[in-house]
Ligand binder design. Structure first.
Ligand code: OVM
Length: 401
């Protein structure tokens, strides 16, 4: 226990560092320490509170009036430190603006719009898996996780073709930018101007295909609900949130199945479990590990008083493996009930693109389950060192027919 800090209040003070290399590479033992230290702890290194138990994580996500997003959902408090980019109009806003803006996105990703995408997503998943099948070895990240959303998701949005690789760099900026100003933050921002410039250009109405989802945002501009700049900034949310997340989910999926061959055989035997399997992948290896909220007033949480305008770190990855909520949480089991996992968040900010993510992962898992007998890791994987996302930098695998 470190010395009492005035901001800590009565919370146990912890020297855990969720942004250290050790923690990032292997977070689960640290999650356990976080949960065992108490329902609310104070991270001495960053001077913020943190929650790792399911009940408090979920409770905070569902109380957006007390735990707001408008001051940013990373470590930085926008009230004190101005953000590196114009704030997101959904992620980093509160009602009533959030409600209005989210409705515009929801309309663009309607069930009918998504139904129209399925056949194309399936064809690309089948083509990709066929091209990788029986290769000696390939990189699940660079050869599968990244190319799939860069093709199908970017096409669905109606994005221009050239230089789409910038989306990976941009996702890195957005998600590493939610952490402290460490080396991961600085490395991600290295090429910030060029990458953010490309993305901003890609979000403009004149550069979006007339038959994609992105241009639908501009219907709200035509209706006088948003300005042109706001329309582009909402399209930017698609590009920020929709690529790195699914890219990491695909690599994490291959890792989960390669290291649990019995579960792979269960999916092969019943490919209709693909959708359920994705939920278990999200619970077990959540691409989205941490999020912050900011208190709108002094609040008492699980007996700890937290001051107004203070940041709280929510460990989604830890909540998804809290033994208070899940039986045998460290077992990957595609037949378990995953209802209530927080891999997509929860409450008013719950992932607005989750049906697109589910569609992408379902077709990928189905393409694999109907073609691939064995998934093997063929070399030493390297976990991604990243302030927010969990995934791989390098994951060599072989798919056997
Ligand atoms: C956004 C945004 C960025 C990153 C993540 C996200 C998970 C949204 O720009 O709105 O949602």
């Amino acid at each position: 226990m470190a010395e009492m800090d005035p901001v800590a209040g009565t919370a146990p003070v912890s020297d855990l560092d969720p942004f250290s290399d050790d923690y990032i590479r292997s977070p689960y033992p640290f999650h356990q320490q976080l949960r065992e230290a108490g329902p609310v702890v104070f991270l001495d290194k960053y001077k913020v509170h943190a929650v790792g138990r399911y009940a408090e994580v979920r409770g905070i996500l569902e109380d957006a009036a007390t735990f707001c997003s408008g001051a940013g959902v990373g470590l930085a408090n926008f009230h004190k430190d101005p953000p590196w980019r114009a704030p997101s109009m959904v992620l980093e806003t509160d009602p009533p603006d959030h409600t209005r803006n989210r409705a515009v996105i929801s309309r663009a990703v309607s069930p009918a719009a998504l139904r129209a995408l399925r056949a194309g997503f399936e064809a690309e998943a089948n083509r990709l898996v066929d091209s990788l099948l029986d290769r000696d070895s390939f990189d699940a990240v660079k050869d599968m996780g990244e190319p799939f959303p860069l093709r199908v998701f970017a096409d669905a949005i109606g994005l221009m073709e050239d230089s789409r690789q910038h989306l990976i760099a941009y996702g890195n900026m957005v998600f590493n930018g939610m952490g402290p100003r460490n080396k991961l933050y600085d490395n991600a921002m290295e090429n910030a101007e060029e990458v953010a410039g490309w993305v901003w250009n890609a979000c403009q109405r004149k550069n979006l295909s007339p038959d994609g989802l992105g241009i639908r945002i501009f219907d709200a501009v035509d209706a006088g609900i948003l300005t042109d700049e706001e329309g582009a900034r909402l399209v930017r949310s698609f590009l920020s949130a929709g690529v790195d997340t699914t890219a990491n989910a695909i690599a994490n999926a291959l890792y989960c199945f390669a290291s649990n061959p019995d579960q792979w055989q269960a999916l092969r035997a019943n490919p209709d479990l693909s959708r359920a399997a994705f939920e278990e992948i999200l619970r077990f290896e959540s691409p989205f590990q941490t999020f912050f909220r900011t208190t709108t007033r002094e609040v008492e949480l699980a007996g700890v008083t937290i001051g107004a305008d203070e940041k709280i770190m929510l460990s989604l990855g830890s909540a998804n493996r809290d033994p208070r909520q899940w039986s045998e949480p460290d077992r990957f089991d595609i037949s378990r009930s995953t209802a209530g996992h927080v891999g997509f968040g929860a409450g008013i900010h719950g992932c607005v693109g989750q049906m697109i993510a589910r569609l992408e992962l379902e077709v990928v898992l189905r393409a694999l389950a109907t073609r691939v007998a064995t998934i093997e890791i063929t070399g030493e994987p390297r976990h991604l060192l990243h302030n927010t996302l969990r995934g791989f930098e390098y994951l060599p695998v072989r798919l056997g027919s």
